[in-house]
Design a protein around this ligand. Structure first.
Ligand SMILES: [Zn+2]
Length: 615
C-alpha cells in the first residue's frame, strides 16, 4: 500500500515526506531507558509514540529494523559528566551487582511495556555490551582531531568541531549561550571548555563499573553508546532516530557531533521527538516528588491517584494527544480516557452483532480514508480516534435503525476497526481478554436465548422478569428485529444497584416500545427541502427507518445532484440526524461545510428532511 507519510523532522523544523533510504527497509533507532529504577509515566510516552510509528511503518509494508538501546553504564547523575553513575549508585544502595540491578529493572521494564502492548524492538543492545566498539569510535574521533585526552579521560572538543561543523543545529543552542550558561562543576578543570563532553571517563577508586583502555581504566560517556550502536546496527546513515524532547540537548546534539566528527555527516535522516507529560500542570521531577510509576498507575497506589488505571487506559490517554503536543496527566483526563476506550470497545463488540441491510447509508470508505489521512499527517492519533468515534456513532445509529449497512460494508468496517484500533493504535480489548468476563457474556447470551423462547411462547412474564433482573445488574437489553443485543452499562455489585434503572424507567421504556410497535405499517410522508427545492414522497412502511431507507433508494437523486454540483462542487457533507422524541418526525439537517455520506453520493448543501406519518 502506497501511502505518503509525512513526519515532523526536528532538524528541519517542518513536516517532510518520509522516504526511506533503502525502501522497503527502514532503520529506526530510539533511545531506550536507563535501567536503574521502575518505568514511570514519562517512559510510557516515548515507548508508545515509537511503538505507534513502528506499527504503522510495518502496516504500510516496510521491513523495519527497530533498535532501542538499554543504557546500563555511563549515564551520570546530572546527565552531564559529573556525579555518580546512576546504575552504580543504585546497585550500591540496593547491595546488588550492577548487572543484577540492570537485569532486574530491564525485566520489569519489559513487563510493563508488555502490559501497555508496546512491541519489542528488533534489537535491544546494551551499552556495556559494546565497550570495544565505543573505544574504537573514540579512537576515530581522536584521529579526526575532534577529541583530546586529559588525565586519563577523553573529551570531545566542541569549539574545534564548531569551526568545521555547526554545533547546536538540532537544538538551536548557540555556543555563545553555552559559554555563558554552562555551570562550573567539580573536576571540570580537565576540560578545555565547560561545554566539552566526556567520551571516556577515568574511573575513581570507588567506581565499580570500569573497563581497560589505552587512556585509563574507565567507562564510556553516556552520549557515545547511541552513536556507536545506531551506526553498528543500522549503517552509517539511517532513516529515523527518535526519543523524548528532553534528550534533544545535550544527548542528541552530542550524538550528531560524534557521528559527524567520524563520518563527516549526520547519520540521521529524520529526527523525531515526542513531547513530555506534565502532572497536574507541573513538570515531572524528583524534587517535586510527583513521579508516578506504571506499577502505581496500574494498582492505584500513589497519593496523586484517585483509583487504579488499566494499561489500555494509559495507552489510550497517551494516544489521545498528538505526540508533539504536551500532555497533562490528571485523574479527570485518565477517567475520560477510561470511558473513551470502553465506548470504543463496546462499539467494536456491537459490530459483530449487527444485521446487514440491502444498502448502506454510511460511507465506510470515507472512514478509512480519514484515518489514513490522519496517520499520514505526522501520526495524528487524536484525529484517528475522533474518526473512529464518528464510526461509533454510525454503529449506534445502525443498532437503532436510523442508519443501515450492507453486508459488504459491514465486513469492510470491521476490517477498518481491526486495522486502526488493534493493529496500528495497538489497543487491546481488556474486557474480552478476561476469561471471567467472557463467561459473563456467555451467560447473558444464554439467558436472553431463554427469554426469546419464552417470548415466542407468549410467556411475557418470564421474558420481562429476565430483562428486569438483568437491568438491575446493569445489563441493558435491546430487542432487535432478528434477535437481541445487550450492553453492560456499569458493572455493579448487588448492593449498589443503579438508581437509573428503576422499575419505573423500565415501565416507561416498555410503553415507548409499544407505541413504536403500534406505528408499524404506516404511510410516511417524506418531504425534503434541499437548497430551496422541495421533494415530497409518500412511502408505506413498518418503521420510520425502513421508510427512510426506501425513500433514499427511490429518491430521484439526479436532479438534486446536478443542483448540488452546480452550487457547491462535486463533493459535500454531513447529514446530522435529530430524532424528535415522539419518533414521528425525523429531521435531518445538512450543515454547510460538514462532510457526510448519503447512500448515493456526497453532497454539500442545506437540507431539511421531515418525515411525518400520514393519518
Ligand atoms: Zn540515546
Amino acid at each position: 500500500m502506497q501511502q505518503p507519510l509525512y513526519l515532523y523532522n526536528t532538524i528541519s523544523r517542518k513536516k517532510e515526506l518520509f522516504e526511506p533510504l533503502y525502501a522497503p527497509f527502514v532503520g529506526m533507532y530510539v533511545c531506550g531507558p536507563t535501567v536503574y529504577g521502575d518505568a514511570h509515566l514519562g517512559h510510557a510516552r516515548p515507548a508508545i509514540t515509537f511503538d505507534l510509528l513502528f506499527r504503522y511503518l510495518k502496516h504500510l509494508g516496510y521491513k523495519v529494523r527497530y533498535v532501542r538501546n538499554i543504557t546500563d553504564v555511563g549515564h551520570l547523575e546530572n546527565d552531564a559528566d559529573e556525579g555518580e553513575d546512576k546504575i552504580a549508585k543504585k546497585a550500591r544502595l540496593e547491595q546488588l551487582e550492577p548487572m543484577e540491578l540492570v537485569q532486574y529493572y530491564t525485566n520489569r521494564y519489559h513487563k510493563f511495556m508488555d502490559k501497555l502492548n508496546v512491541l519489542l524492538p528488533s534489537i535491544e543492545p546494551l551499552a556495556s555490551g559494546h565497550i570495544i566498539e565505543q573505544i574504537q569510535f573514540i579512537e576515530r574521533i581522536i584521529d579526526a582531531g575532534f577529541a583530546y585526552e586529559s588525565n586519563g579521560s577523553v573529551y570531545f572538543d566542541v569549539l574545534k568541531y564548531n569551526k568545521k561543523f555547526p554545533y547546536g543545529k538540532l537544538s538551536g543552542r548557540v555556543l555563545d549561550d553555552l559559554l555563558t550558561y554552562t555551570r562550573e562543576l567539580t573536576g571540570q578543570h580537565e576540560k578545555k571548555n565547560n561545554f566539552d563532553f566526556a567520551l571516556w571517563k577515568k574511573a575513581d577508586a570507588e567506581h565499580i563499573m570500569h573497563w581497560p583502555s589505552k587512556w585509563s581504566e574507565g567507562f564510556p560517556g553516556w552520549h557515545l553508546e547511541c552513536s556507536v550502536m545506531s551506526t553498528k546496527y543500522l549503517g552509517e546513515v539511517f532513516d529515523i532516530h527518535g526519543g523524548g524532547m528532553d534528550l534533544l540537548f545535550p544527548h542528541h546534539e552530542c550524538e550528531i557531533a560524534q557521528s559527524t566528527a567520524v563520518l563527516g555527516k549526520d547519520s540521521v535522516r529524520y529526527w523525531i521527538h515526542n513531547n513530555m507529560i506534565t502532572i497536574n500542570g507541573q513538570k515531572m521531577g524528583k524534587s517535586l516528588n510527583n513521579f508516578i510509576t506504571l506499577e502505581e498507575l496500574f494498582s492505584g497506589a500513589h497519593k496523586l491517584l484517585d483509583k487504579a488505571y488499566s494499561p489500555m487506559t494509559i495507552r489510550f490517554f497517551i494516544l489521545q494527544a498528538q505526540y508533539r503536543s504536551t500532555l497533562d496527566f490528571s485523574n479527570e483526563a485518565l477517567q475520560g480516557a477510561e470511558k473513551g476506550v470502553q465506548r470504543l470497545m463496546n462499539a467494536i463488540q456491537t459490530l459483530d452483532k449487527l444485521n446487514p441491510s440491502a444498502i448502506s447509508s454510511i460511507d465506510v470508505k470515507w472512514l478509512q480514508d480519514k484515518c489514513y489521512e490522519a496517520m499520514n499527517d505526522d501520526l495524528n492519533s487524536p484525529v484517528v480516534i475522533a474518526n473512529l468515534f464518528e464510526g461509533v456513532r454510525w454503529i449506534n445509529s445502525i443498532t437503532e435503525g436510523t442508519e443501515s449497512i450492507s453486508a459488504e460494508d459491514l465486513k469492510f468496517m470491521k476490517s477498518v476497526y481491526q486495522i486502526f484500533v488493534f493493529e496500528i493504535l495497538g489497543l487491546t480489548n481488556e474486557i474480552s481478554l478476561d476469561t471471567s468476563n467472557r463467561l459473563v457474556g456467555d451467560l447473558i447470551n444464554m439467558l436472553l436465548t431463554i427469554r426469546n423462547e419464552a417470548k415466542s411462547k407468549k410467556d411475557f412474564q418470564t421474558s420481562d422478569q429476565i430483562r428486569n433482573e438483568l437491568a438491575k445488574l446493569g445489563v441493558v437489553v435491546k430487542d432487535k428485529k432478528d434477535g437481541f443485543d445487550w450492553e453492560i452499562k456499569e458493572i455493579q455489585t448487588s448492593d449498589k444497584i443503579s438508581e437509573e434503572l428503576t422499575k419505573q424507567d423500565i415501565a416507561v421504556k416498555d410503553k415507548k416500545d409499544d407505541e413504536i410497535r403500534k406505528k408499524k405499517m404506516n404511510s410516511y410522508k417524506i418531504e425534503m427541502n434541499f437548497n430551496d427545492s422541495i421533494y415530497t414522497k409518500n412511502i408505506s412502511s413498518d418503521s420510520l427507518s425502513t421508510a427512510y431507507n426506501k425513500w433514499i433508494q427511490e429518491l430521484d437523486i439526479k436532479d438534486i445532484k446536478e443542483n448540488c454540483i452546480k452550487n457547491f462542487g462535486p463533493k459535500s457533507l454531513q447529514i446530522l440526524k435529530e430524532e424528535t422524541e415522539e419518533f414521528d418526525k425525523l429531521v435531518i439537517k445538512r450543515k454547510p461545510n460538514i462532510w457526510r455520506i448519503s447512500p448515493v453520493k456526497l453532497f454539500k448543501g442545506s437540507a431539511t428532511i421531515s418525515i411525518s406519518v400520514e393519518k
